[in-house]
Design a protein around this ligand. Structure first.
Ligand SMILES: [Zn+2]
Length: 416
C-alpha cells in the first residue's frame, strides 16, 4: 500500500472560498487589491488570516516583526519546524495572486495534515511575512527572521521614514521588536513557498509547475554624466560637452551589451534626470538610474564590471566626467537541491508537467536560503502580468501548485 502522504490532496473548494474572501479586502474597482504593508487594508487582511487560523483549530502566533503564523504540532515536542509561506501585503494597486496564493496554500496544507492525523518528524508553520513588497523596506519580516535586517535600513526605508512610523504605530509594532525574532537555523527544517511566476515561461511552454533553482541577484547604481551647461543657441555642436549624449549612448549600449554578451541577465535604465533641464540649455549633468540582475555570482560580478566600463568609456569619448554612486544590492540565492527534488517528485506524483527556472523577481525565500533548505514552486501567470490588476492564474493551476506544496512538504518532512 502507498503511504498516506502520497495520496493527500488539498480541499479545492475551501481553498477557493478563502481566496475569494481575502481578495475582497482592499479590493480595487478594476479587480486588483491595494494592500500596502501595514496599511489599514493590510492589517484587515491579517486579522482575517488570524481568524481563519483559529477557526481551523491551529495555533496563532505573531512575532515582533509582525509576521503572522499558523502552527501545527504534527511532530515531537522540540522538533524542527518546516516553514511554508509567502506574504499578504501587495504593491500599490497590485493583483490578487502575488503573495496570498502562497499563504493560503500553506494554511490549507496545515489543515489537511491536521485532519489526516499524520505524525511527522517535524512541525509545520504557515507564515505571512511582513512587507515583502517593499512599500516600506522590502523582505522586512523575512530578513528580521533570518537575522540579516540592519538597523540603518529602518532609519532610511525606501518607502520613507514617515510611512514606516505610521505603519508601526497602526500595527502596534516597535523597531526594537524586529531585532528579537531571529530564528536559530537548527530550529528550521526548511522553507517552501508557492508563488505565481510573474513571467511568461510556464504558460508559453504549456508547463504546469515551475521548480525554481535560483533567485537572481540585483544591483543598482546612479551614474551621473557630467559635461558643461551652455547656451543652446550660440555654442556650436562641435564645442559642446553635452551630458545627454553620454547618458543616451549608455542607455543604448546597455541593451546591446546584455543581448550580445549576457544572455539570461537583464538591465534597466529606469530614470534619467537632466540638469538644468531646459529647452535652451545644453545639459550639464544627466543622472541615470541603472538596475541589473543576474542568476549567479560570477555573471553578476562580470556584468557589473562590464556596465561600469562601458559607462566610463562612453563618458571619456564625449569628454564627460562620470560620477558613480552605488545604491545597494542583493545577492543571487540558489534554492536547495533537496527541496527542488522534493518539488519535482511531488509534481510527478500528480502527473504535472514541470520545468526548472530562475526567479527574476525577489522573494522571501532568498532571506531564508542561507538559513535552511529553501525552495519555491511557481504556477503560470496568464500573459505574464503581475504587479497589476491584470494579474491572473487559472484556478486549476492554483490548485495544482497547492497540491505540489502539500506533497513536497510531506516529502521533506519524511526525509528528516
Ligand atoms: Zn510576491
Amino acid at each position: 500500500m502507498e503511504p498516506t502522504h502520497k495520496k493527500l490532496r488539498i480541499n479545492r473548494e475551501r481553498f477557493k472560498q478563502d481566496f475569494d474572501e481575502l481578495a475582497q479586502i482592499g479590493a480595487t474597482a478594476d479587480g486588483g487589491v491595494h494592500r500596502p504593508s501595514l496599511s489599514p487594508a493590510h492589517l484587515e487582511a491579517r486579522a482575517w488570516f488570524r481568524q481563519r487560523i483559529e477557526q481551523a483549530g491551529l495555533v496563532f502566533r505573531m512575532d515582533g516583526a509582525g509576521n503572522h503564523s499558523a502552527f501545527l504540532r504534527c511532530g515531537p515536542r522540540g522538533a524542527a519546524t518546516l516553514l511554508l509561506g509567502s506574504h499578504l501585503d501587495s504593491v500599490r494597486h497590485g493583483g490578487r495572486f502575488d503573495g496570498p496564493l502562497g499563504v493560503l496554500a500553506a494554511l490549507e496544507t496545515l489543515r489537511v495534515v491536521n485532519e489526516s492525523g499524520l505524525a511527522l518528524p517535524v512541525n509545520f508553520e504557515a507564515i505571512d511575512f511582513t512587507d515583502e513588497e517593499g512599500t516600506l523596506v522590502g523582505l522586512l519580516g523575512s530578513s528580521a527572521l533570518a537575522g540579516t535586517l540592519e538597523k540603518s535600513v529602518l532609519q532610511s526605508p525606501r518607502g520613507g521614514r514617515e510611512r514606516l512610523e505610521a505603519g508601526l504605530e497602526r500595527s502596534g509594532l516597535t523597531e526594537d521588536g524586529f531585532f528579537t525574532v531571529r530564528r536559530d537555523p537548527d530550529t528550521l527544517a526548511g522553507y517552501l513557498e508557492l508563488h505565481i511566476e510573474q513571467g511568461r515561461r510556464l504558460a508559453a511552454s504549456g508547463t504546469q509547475i515551475g521548480v525554481v533553482h535560483n533567485i537572481v541577484g540585483g544591483n543598482s547604481y546612479r551614474l551621473t554624466f557630467i559635461g558643461r551647461a551652455d547656451h543652446a543657441g550660440t555654442v556650436g555642436m562641435e564645442e559642446r560637452r553635452d551630458a545627454a549624449q553620454g547618458a543616451c549612448e549608455f542607455t543604448l549600449a546597455v541593451r546591446q551589451l546584455l543581448t550580445e554578451d549576457f544572455p539570461g541577465c537583464v538591465a534597466n535604465v529606469g530614470d534619467m534626470a537632466f540638469d538644468p533641464g531646459a529647452f535652451n540649455i545644453v545639459p550639464g549633468r544627466v543622472a541615470v538610474s541603472l538596475e541589473f540582475r543576474a542568476p549567479d555570482v560570477y555573471l553578476f560580478d562580470e556584468l557589473e564590471r562590464a556596465l561600469l566600463e562601458v559607462a566610463a568609456s562612453l563618458a571619456e569619448q564625449r569628454d564627460l566626467k562620470l560620477n558613480v554612486e552605488w545604491l545597494g544590492k542583493w545577492d543571487p540565492a540558489p534554492m536547495s537541491p533537496i527541496v527542488q527534488n522534493a518539488i519535482t517528485e511531488a509534481a510527478d506524483s500528480l502527473n504535472l508537467k514541470h520545468m526548472t527556472l530562475n526567479s527574476g523577481a525577489g522573494h522571501d525565500a532568498q532571506s531564508l536560503a542561507p538559513l535552511c533548505p529553501a525552495g519555491m514552486i511557481f504556477v503560470p501567470s496568464v500573459d505574464g502580468a503581475s504587479h497589476s490588476a491584470r494579474e491572473f492564474t487559472h484556478w486549476q493551476d492554483c490548485v495544482n501548485g497547492a497540491n505540489v506544496l502539500l506533497r513536497a512538504a510531506l516529502r521533506l518532512a519524511a526525509e528528516r
